[in-house]
Design a protein around this ligand. Structure first.
Ligand SMILES: *Cc1c(COP(=O)(O)O)cnc(C)c1O
Length: 374
C-alpha cells in the first residue's frame, strides 16, 4: 500500500475495545499477570512495553521499511542509544554540520566514555574514506542536514562503510519517511526526532531508532531501551500516532510551500543565498532529487544580505511566522540558529532557519516580503 494509506491504517491494533477507531490511551504502568505467571499477555510493566508505544514502533518500522523500531523519550535519546550500543574504543565518523545536539552528545558525553570521533564534511567522499580507521564502527549521516540543508550521498557512504565493516545511521528527521527512505540506499539504521515532522503539531517529544534487520547492534539498542528506560510516555506515543495519520499530506503540502518560498527568497535582493535542496541551482539538487521522493521538505534556511544584526532584525519584523526553535510543525517557525548553537558552529551568523508550516503561501510570502523590505 502507498504511504498515505499505511500512515492511516498500519498502527491499528487488532482488538481495540468497543470497536474504537482510535486506539485507547493506556496509561497503566503495570499489567495483570496471567495465572500461569508467565506473562504470555504481551505487557507486564510500562518501561518494558506499552500498547501505544508498540503501535508507534510498528507503524514507523512499516513506514521506513525496517524490521524493528525502538521508541525513546526524544530524538536526542534515540541518537544517544546508538552511541551507547557501541564499545569503548570504537570510532565514529559524523558530519561536521549535523544537528548541533548530536555533535554535542558525541563530544561532551561519549568521548569521555571511550568513543573516538572524527567530524568530516560528508559531501566530500574522499574525506569520508580517509577518516576510516580499523576501529571505525559507525558512520553517522544527516541528510538533508539541519540547518544548512546539505545533502549527502547515502548510497556512496554506505558503500564506504560496508568495505570497512562499519554500520551506517541516517538521521532522517528533516525528510521524514514520506520524502526519503534511507534503507533503500543500504543504510543499517534510521533515527528520527519524531518531535518534528512525524508528530507534526509541536506537542509531543519523542524519538525513534529503526533497524533495517535484526542484528547484534539492534539487539543492544533493544536492551538499552528496556534496561536504561529512556522511553516515551504513552501519551506522547498516542499524540505522535495521531500526527502520523496526516504526515504524508502535511509533508507534501509543506514541501510545496517551502519550494515556492525558497524560489521567492533566492530571487530577493536582500537575501544573499537561500539553502533549499529543491532549488534547481542548489549544489546537491540532482542528488536530492535522486534520494528524495516527491518533495524536498518543509525546512529551508537563508542568509540575509548583511550581518547578524540585520538577520535578527528581519526575524523580529515578522508578524505571522513565529520566532521559536524546532521544525516540522503546522505553524511556521523561524530561528536565528547561530544564537542557539555553541561557539565554533558551522552556521553562518546571518542565517535564518525557516520551518514552513501549513499557512497559505500568500500569507507567508507577504510576511517575509514586508520583513525584508525595510
Ligand atoms: C531536533 C533534532 C534532533 C533532536 O531531537 P529532540 O527530539 O529535540 O531530542 C536530532 N536530529 C535532528 C536533525 C533534529 O532536528
Amino acid at each position: 500500500m502507498d504511504i498515505e494509506s499505511r500512515a492511516v491504517h498500519a498502527a491499528k491494533s487488532e482488538r481495540a475495545p468497543f470497536g474504537a477507531i482510535v486506539d485507547p490511551l493506556v496509561m497503566s504502568t503495570t499489567f495483570e499477570c496471567p495465572s500461569s505467571s508467565d506473562y504470555e499477555s504481551r505487557y507486564s510493566y510500562s518501561r518494558l512495553g506499552n500498547p501505544n508505544r508498540a503501535a508507534l514502533e510498528q507503524i514507523i518500522a512499516n513506514l521506513e521499511g525496517g524490521s524493528h523500531s525502538f521508541a525513546f523519550a526524544s530524538g536526542s535519546a534515540a541518537a544517544s542509544v546508538m552511541f551507547q550500543a557501541l564499545n569503548p574504543g570504537d570510532h565514529v565518523i559524523a558530519p561536521r554540520d549535523s544537528y548541533y545536539g548530536v555533535r554535542a552528545i558525541l563530544e561532551q558525553i561519549f568521548v569521555r566514555w571511550g568513543l573516538s570521533v572524527t567530524f568530516v564534511d560528508m559531501l566530500d567522499l574522499v574525506a569520508v574514506k580517509h577518516a576510516v580507521r580499523p576501529s571505525t564502527r559507525m558512520i553517522w549521516m544527516e541528510t538533508p542536514s539541519n540547518p544548512l540543508l546539505r545533502v549527502s550521498n547515502i548510497g556512496e557512504i554506505c558503500e564506504i562503510a560496508r568495505k570497512s565493516n562499519a554500520v551506517t545511521v541516517v538521521d532522517n528527521t528533516v525528510a521524514t519517511p514520506v520524502l526519503q527512505n534511507p534503507f533503500v540506499f543500504g543504510c543499517d539504521f534510521v533515527v528520527h526526532s519524531t518531535t518534528k515532522g512525524i508528530a507534526g503539531h509541536s506537542d509531543a517529544t519523542a524519538g525513534i531508532v529503526v533497524a533495517r534487520s535484526q542484528t547484534d547492534l539492534s539487539e543492544r539498542v533493544s536492551l538499552i531501551q528496556t534496561k536504561c528506560g529512556a522511553v516515551p510516555s504513552p501519551f506522547d506515543c498516542w499524540l505522535t500516532l495521531r500526527g502520523i495519520r496526516t504526515m504524508p499530506i502535511r509533508m507534501r503540502s509543506g514541501s510545496q510551500t517551502a519550494l515556492a518560498i525558497a524560489r521567492f527568497l533566492a530571487e530577493h535582493p536582500r537575501v544573499e543565498v537561500c539553502h533549499y535542496p529543491g532549488l534547481e541551482n542548489y549544489p546537491q539538487h540532482a542528488l536530492a532529487k535522486y534520494q528524495m521522493i516527491g518533495g524536498f521538505g518543509a525546512l529551508l534556511s537563508f542568509q540575509v544580505a548583511g550581518d547578524k544584526k540585520t538577520a535578527i532584525a528581519v526575524k523580529n519584523r515578522l508578524q505571522l511566522i513565529t520566532r521559536a526553535t524546532s521544525l516540522g510543525g503546522v505553524e511556521s517557525l523561524i530561528e536565528h540558529r547561530a544564537s542557539v548553537e555553541p561557539a565554533g558552529t558551522q552556521t553562518p551568523e546571518n542565517l535564518l532557519r525557516l520551518s514552513v508550516g501549513l499557512e497559505s503561501l500568500d500569507d507567508l510570502r507577504a510576511d517575509l516580503e514586508s520583513a525584508l523590505a525595510e
